[in-house]
Design a protein around this ligand. Structure first.
Ligand code: FMN
Length: 668
């Protein structure tokens, strides 16, 4: 559906959000900006059609201003996946990008964001530079301390590259002076120990930012938007706290260089997870602080950022005067049409960010960004996507009401198929629903909430609380079957299988289903054998920590949450530590365990050394999942056209399960 959003929308349910905003000499048609998000969509230094789609989709979907991901604007080569501006002869891709965004009446802003010594991966980087030769807190990269000439050279390069982007049609630039990037490194006394004009006093530490902003204004003129991301609290010792942030805001905004400011938290350190507050904390955790900092901003427009998920949240913070506009990251990754749907009073249609941070995890790992709740990120038909209807409707039977089956069901029904979905549970959502009932995980329910509502609208017929048999399926006379019956945790082979058969030991979902919602304490020790590594296992562990005296995770690898991106690992480990949950690494269950004596024995996989845990009231396991698809052979006799999706095909993440269901719904 095409919609031209008006510059201001007096009849919108969110009049503040859809009022225009003046930034410098430019006008935004509403108060929604897309924050800079590294997308992983650049190839060999070039803007790709996929990156153009990614940003243009969000412009089309209602973002009035978009801050592009950081490009290489300095002679020092940044990450390989960064678009190159400096030294790039052909900037046509950048031109096409700016054109694609402005075609939707939106403004495209570049971002100056150089890493300096920082790295979000645990990998020491050669060739890094920084204000001082101090190791990066996260990667332990040791930079070389920049000379005054190198600082001047950097400023020259950044200004030159910005001028080139301006010529390509970019409407402005944002300096990242937070998130542990190089300007933040200069501002923070924790990272800057220089004793020349760029270090020591507050004014000296602010000098790089001041000079850069002044040069940009001078070279790019008054029409060009200049914004800055200032550090809020970075959480590091003797660095920048909220009080310092207020001083920085007051200082920066006296210069007259900026058209807007934005505050971001954390650093490239053990506070990396403050960049992206996850589902375990409150919504909009920084709104009040940012509102307070606005008082130090000399009237410069302030953007609020951080887990603003709902239009009503944005509207409220704007009408409370806590910011002048919102700058959304993950919210707009999850739904490019968030603004359009908000303007049309279609909040229930929004696929909401579940704050799982898997978008970050995949792009940092080198892939294009993806989303647990948006299987179409960056595709050409992403914005407010609805499938085109098929001429020849089929009868489709879906078995399994988890997020994979639900996704396949609603998409197939929206295409015009006659869809029946069987679920053995009374409630839809499968394992993700259980996940959503664990401490701090409620947001994940947005995935199946959206799917259920959309499936109902599309006319999916549900058979709930019913274990589908072959004859049930045959009764539907299906042209196609989607088997979405999930997976089952494998029994830990080190222990006698009789423990399972006799019901003495159960897998983690079974245990959690029993215990979720229980308030009375059980006491004793709970032991989890973890070969799963997903967030759900650790959320389950925190639930157990509220019921048992002691919780121990035993894992055969080097740490809990081994496979998670650093940003997620930090917050998982923090929660485990806060709950005093112990982790025994490089270990597995030993057959010497005696559950009848409440004794669990673990064995080190390297050395074979054993240790015992006594008073064990619960042992459970979260291991690799095997497909749970034993209906398959008999279903083949009903209909040969069978699609296996999600864990029923092979164990996968929530993100992959939703994608799998989506693709199947499109193809069936
Ligand atoms: C995948 C991903 C990549 C990001 N990359 C950048 C970046 O390159 N520069 C930056 O300043 N912020 C980056 N951010 C931070 C966002 O701009 C934003 O500040 C953060 O996600 C919090 O806002 P949100 O809660 O609306 O997502 C990134 C965030 C995500 C999720």
């Amino acid at each position: 559906m095409e919609l031209n959003l008006p510059l201001d929308a007096p009849n919108s349910p969110y009049p503040q959000l859809f009022s225009s905003l003046t930034l410098g000499r430019r006008t935004l048609r509403n108060r929604i900006a897309f924050g800079s998000v590294f997308s992983g969509l650049v190839e060999r230094g070039d803007v790709t059609p996929a990156l153009i789609n990614f940003l243009a989709n969000r412009a089309k979907g209602g973002a009035a201003m978009l801050v592009a991901e950081p490009f290489g604007m300095w002679r020092l080569v940044g990450p390989a996946a960064q678009g190159r501006v400096y030294g790039q002869m052909n900037l046509d891709g950048f031109r096409r990008l700016a054109d694609a965004v402005s075609a939707h009446d939106s403004l495209l802003i570049a971002q100056i964001s150089e890493q300096g010594r920082g790295d979000v991966r645990a990998a020491r980087r050669g060739g890094a530079v920084a204000p001082s030769a101090l190791p990066d807190d996260l990667s332990w990269t040791m930079p070389h301390a920049m000379s005054i000439d190198e600082i001047r050279e950097m400023t020259d390069d950044l200004v030159l590259s910005t001028i080139r982007l301006q010529a390509c049609g970019f409407a402005g630039v944002e300096i990242s002076a937070g998130h542990g990037h190089i300007v933040h490194q200069f501002i923070s006394p924790w990272m800057n120990r220089r004793n020349d004009r760029y270090g020591g006093s507050f004014e000296n530490r602010m000098r790089l930012l001041d000079e850069l902003a002044a040069r940009l204004r001078q070279e790019c003129g008054p029409e060009f938007i200049i914004g800055v991301r200032l550090p809020g609290c970075d959480g590091l010792p003797d660095s920048i706290d909220w009080g310092d942030s207020a001083l920085i805001a007051r200082h920066a905004t006296t210069s007259g260089s900026y058209d807007y400011i934005n505050f971001v938290q954390g650093s490239q350190a053990w506070t990396l997870h403050h960049h992206l507050p996850d589902m375990h904390g409150p919504r909009g955790p920084y709104i009040d602080r940012i509102g307070w900092l606005k008082g130090f901003s000399n009237g410069v427009k302030v953007a609020s950022t951080g887990r603003i998920l709902e239009p009503v949240q944005a509207e409220t913070l704007l009408s409370d005067g806590k910011a002048d506009f919102v700058m959304l990251g993950r919210t707009l990754i999850a739904d490019a049409a968030w603004g359009m749907k908000s303007a049309q009073n279609r909040d229930a249609d929004i696929r909401k960010c579940v704050s799982c941070n898997n978008c970050w995890a995949v792009s940092i790992a080198g892939g294009p960004t993806q989303c647990d709740n948006n299987p179409r990120v960056g595709m050409s038909e992403e914005t407010d996507w609805r499938p085109s209807r098929t001429a020849a409707g089929k009868r489709v039977t879906v078995i399994g009401g988890g997020v994979s089956g639900l996704e396949a069901a609603w998409v197939a029904a929206a295409r015009g198929h006659e869809v029946t979905l069987f679920s053995n549970s009374a409630e839809l959502g499968g394992r993700v629903r259980l996940f959503s009932r664990l401490p701090g995980c409620e947001s994940i329910s947005s995935i199946f909430d959206y799917q259920i509502a959309t499936a109902q609208r599309a006319g999916v017929h549900f058979e709930l609380s019913h274990q589908a048999t072959a004859s049930d399926v045959a009764g539907c006379r299906p042209d196609a079957i989607v088997l979405a019956t999930g997976g089952l945790f494998c029994w830990p082979e080190q222990l006698p299988r009789s423990l399972y058969d006799e019901g003495l030991v159960a897998d983690m979902p079974t245990v959690l289903r029993d215990l979720v919602g229980r308030s009375s304490r059980i006491g004793g020790t709970a032991v989890i054998y973890d070969m799963d590594g997903t967030e759900m296992t650790y959320a389950g562990a925190t639930l157990l920590a509220d019921l048992f005296d002691r919780v121990v995770i035993v894992t055969p690898v080097e740490c809990a949450a081994r496979d998670q991106a650093t940003v997620k690992k930090q917050s998982i480990h923090r929660r485990l530590m806060e709950k005093n949950i112990e982790v025994i690494t490089w270990s597995e269950p030993s057959p010497d365990s005696r559950f009848e004596d409440a004794r669990f024995v673990h064995r080190n996989v390297m050395t074979g050394r054993q240790g015992a845990i006594e008073d064990v009231g619960l042992f459970t396991y979260a291991t690799a999942r095997a497909p749970h698809n034993e209906l398959l052979p008999v279903l083949r006799t009903v209909c040969p056209n069978i699609y296996l999706v999600g864990d029923a095909r092979n164990a996968c993440s929530t993100m992959n399960a939703v994608q799998d269901g989506h693709v199947t719904g499109c193809n069936v």
